[in-house]
Ligand binder design. Structure first.
Ligand code: PMV
Length: 339
């Protein structure tokens, strides 16, 4: 193969952030934003030429900055390190003994917003490099995908220090991923029009996870009830989604809207809100959009809203949110996995 082109989507968590840490169900979905990798066999022997990485990387990929601060490594170097590690995985021989190639990596997934930019990068790059080294076929069979997932998970762990496997699995298989305890199930995607609203308050996942832990320490019974509720919400959402993929699309969005609203109330009660999160929610409600919730860790970070996109720009909630200084991205869920 002289030219290989792969791509993988980003993701959002729909339901189950925080409660997933306590073994409850989490639902994530692939989104129609992707990382594209082009691999060509034209560099000098033993050399890897990487270009356009700066597009993926006008700042560090998800989680990379903290990791690099810890290890004193340059984030850019860490990305290259991931690429080298994949090559090394393919060659038992020393890493300099392979035919060189060039990699062009481009992405339209915003970084550091919990949208799986790093997992998407790992899956697309791993697929391209494994194809080049003949470790998988371009048919991408189930076995091929399993192998890509294993290697991409290793790379995610390298980037983040620890990883749950949710991000690389959803970016690889696409559709919807349900995680319950240690079991991961992939379901066909449903197309939901979502707004991703960034409060522009940097999220700090470990700080928010600690916040929930504190709440559990001070109010154990109530705290556990709240976590159980989040688990039940994700369970119910899964039933609704499965029913809709079996043909009944009718009130899917309405039913999920209510669950978004309930879920947000519970996350707020767990203490992972923020004044900017509340500001986004009030503004959404003003535009009759009640289906809005935190996605990911909270304490700032991003929210997702099931909003009516048919309204004209003047009346639309996204225009109002942008005017208020938030960043808004319109996406569709249930995207295809690696290609
Ligand atoms: O901050 P994000 O978008 O990577 O999401 C974190 C989700 C949590 O449930 C809060 C933490 C976790 O490890 O699952």
């Amino acid at each position: 193969l002289t030219k290989i082109r792969t791509s993988a989507p980003g993701k959002v968590i729909l339901f189950g952030e925080h409660s997933v840490v306590y073994g409850k169900r989490c639902l994530a979905t692939a989104i129609d934003r992707r990382t594209y990798v082009t691999l060509e066999g034209r560099a000098e022997s033993g050399e890897i030429e990487v270009s356009a990485l700066d597009q993926v990387f006008d700042g560090p990929l998800d989680g990379l900055r903290a990791r690099c601060e810890e290890s004193g490594e340059e984030p850019f170097g860490m990305c290259l390190g991931v690429i080298l590690a994949i090559v090394q995985w393919c060659c038992d021989a020393p890493v300099l003994a392979f035919d060189g190639f060039s990699l062009t990596i481009e992405s339209d997934i915003p970084i550091r917003r919990g949208l799986g930019s790093s997992a998407s990068f790992c899956v697309a790059t791993t697929s391209a490099v494994l194809l080049k080294f003949g470790k998988i076929s371009n048919k991408l069979t189930d076995l091929d995908k399993k192998l890509v997932n294993e290697v991409a998970f290793e790379m995610e762990t390298k980037i983040h220090g620890r990883a749950s496997g949710v991000d690389n699995t959803i970016c690889l298989y696409g559709g919807i991923l349900s995680k319950l305890g240690s079991s991961l199930d992939v379901l066909p995607g449903i197309q939901l029009p979502l707004l991703i609203i960034d409060t522009l308050v940097p999220r700090n996942t470990s700080e928010q996870v600690a916040r929930v832990k504190d709440r559990l320490a001070s109010h154990s019974a109530v705290g556990h009830l709240l976590l159980d509720t989040l688990g039940h919400i994700a369970d119910e959402a899964l039933v609704i989604i499965k029913r809709s993929t079996a043909g009944n699309q009718l009130d899917l969005e309405e039913q999920l809207s209510e669950l978004f609203e309930i879920n947000q109330g519970v996350l707020d009660a767990l203490g992972v809100g923020h004044e900017k999160v509340s500001a986004v929610i009030s503004l959404c409600k003003k535009y009759e959009c009640r289906a809005v919730k935190i996605t990911g860790a909270g304490g700032g970070g991003s929210l997702i809203a099931l909003a009516d996109r048919s309204k004209s720009e003047g009346q639309s909630v996204s225009a109002a949110l942008r005017e208020a200084g938030f960043s808004v991205l319109g996406i569709t869920t249930g995207a295809e996995g690696v290609r």
